[in-house]
Design a protein. Structure first.
Length: 344
């Protein structure tokens, strides 16, 4: 029988598992507390569990799903972690300090099948989905690494991969992240970002009150087809319709991410189209001037064009920020993640 990864279990699943090996149900809560609140490095540290059970856990399970291979720090304080998985694949996770926030950008897949032209992960192709443990362990490992130097305040599913293409593992990992006996994050502090997988998007709205971000990046099908192939399956009209029907809690808004690319989607006309698309919606817009990567021929617009684009949205009373690029010097910025050791 394969050794299970402890962080793959939601609490209810762990309760069933401990019973299946002859232990009492409440042991699952003790394990959760030890793993997530106390952040144990080995089962030996669990003095509330019998010696025999600790030995059983040690030989019969995996406590960690990731192995930290490298940690890089950007001039602006952004931290990029390279983790190795049990099968030799690797993934990257980024911590973006922006006091009082510390936002952790987690990956949900190794590579990505969607091939957006501005995104380095997209050039890798799809390798495999991460399991729940591999997603949850990104948070655990970074928390341990930070120790008393800081804490993670927010989690965004904006790293490698399309989270909604790995729906079950992402939903299960959110359950562990928000379980009071688990990582104990509020749903308000978690954001799932999607390129627009419409059926899964609707399911997410019904199942989880996390924040939603849409990678929009264009205000017409003609342009979106060029840079995001998924638009040929779920065109803008279907994505926007899903957003309009999305069960948003009072005072919540959907975030629309818009990467600004010179001479492609950065004109005043594009900005006006975007205003029309978002008309009447509870929306906020993050404008992200392109972070070019080595395999990308697209260019970042001039500062004047970026500000002019923002101005059109502001005049239409949209909440809009220009997201400053963080960690670009260590390839940790938006669209630059690739799990460096295995991206060939
Ligand atoms: S932007 Fe997101 S969906 Fe598109 S290729 Fe990159 S990881 Fe995949």
């Amino acid at each position: 029988m394969e050794r299970p990864f402890i962080k793959n279990f939601r609490l209810s699943e762990l309760e069933a598992w401990v019973e299946s090996i002859g232990e009492r149900r409440f042991r699952a809560r003790q394990i959760f507390k030890n793993v997530y609140a106390r952040q144990i490095a080995s089962w030996d540290e669990c003095s509330d569990l019998s010696k025999l059970f600790r030995v059983q856990l040690d030989f019969g399970t995996h406590l960690n799903a990731l192995n930290l291979r490298e940690r890089q720090e950007s001039a602006d304080g952004t931290l990029k972690y390279l983790f190795e998985l049990h099968d030799g694949h690797s993934l990257e996770t980024v911590l973006i300090p922006d006091p009082p926030r510390n936002t952790l950008c987690v990956s949900s897949q190794v590579g990505c099948a969607f091939g957006c032209t501005f995104c380095l992960t997209g050039t890798m192709g799809f390798k495999r989905n991460l399991n729940t443990a591999e997603i949850v362990d990104q948070v655990c490992q970074v928390r341990r690494d930070l120790g008393s130097r800081g804490h993670i305040s927010n989690i965004v599913f904006m790293g490698m991969g399309e989270p909604l293409a790995n729906y079950d593992a992402v939903i299960n990992s959110i359950e562990v992240m928000t379980d009071p006996n688990g990582l104990a994050f509020s749903h308000r502090r978690i954001t799932v970002s999607t390129a627009g997988l419409v059926p899964q998007l609707m399911k997410l709205g019904e199942q989880s009150p996390v924040n939603l971000a849409i990678s929009l990046h264009a205000s017409s099908d003609a342009v979106r087809n060029q840079i995001m192939p998924i638009n040929r399956i779920y065109p803008l009209s279907s994505v926007m319709e899903a957003c309009r029907c999305y069960p948003l809690a009072p005072r919540k808004r959907i975030t629309f991410e818009y990467i600004l690319i010179a001479d492609l989607n950065d004109s005043i006309g594009d900005a006006r189209n975007l205003v029309k698309l978002l008309s009447g919606m509870r929306a906020k817009v993050n404008l992200i001037p392109l972070n070019p990567h080595p395999r990308c021929t697209l260019r970042r617009p001039s500062e004047d064009r970026i500000l002019a684009f923002q101005d059109v949205l502001r005049q239409a009373d949209l909440t809009v920020i220009i997201r400053q690029s963080r960690g670009a010097d260590i390839s940790a910025a938006c669209g630059q993640l690739a799990g460096r050791h295995h991206d060939s």
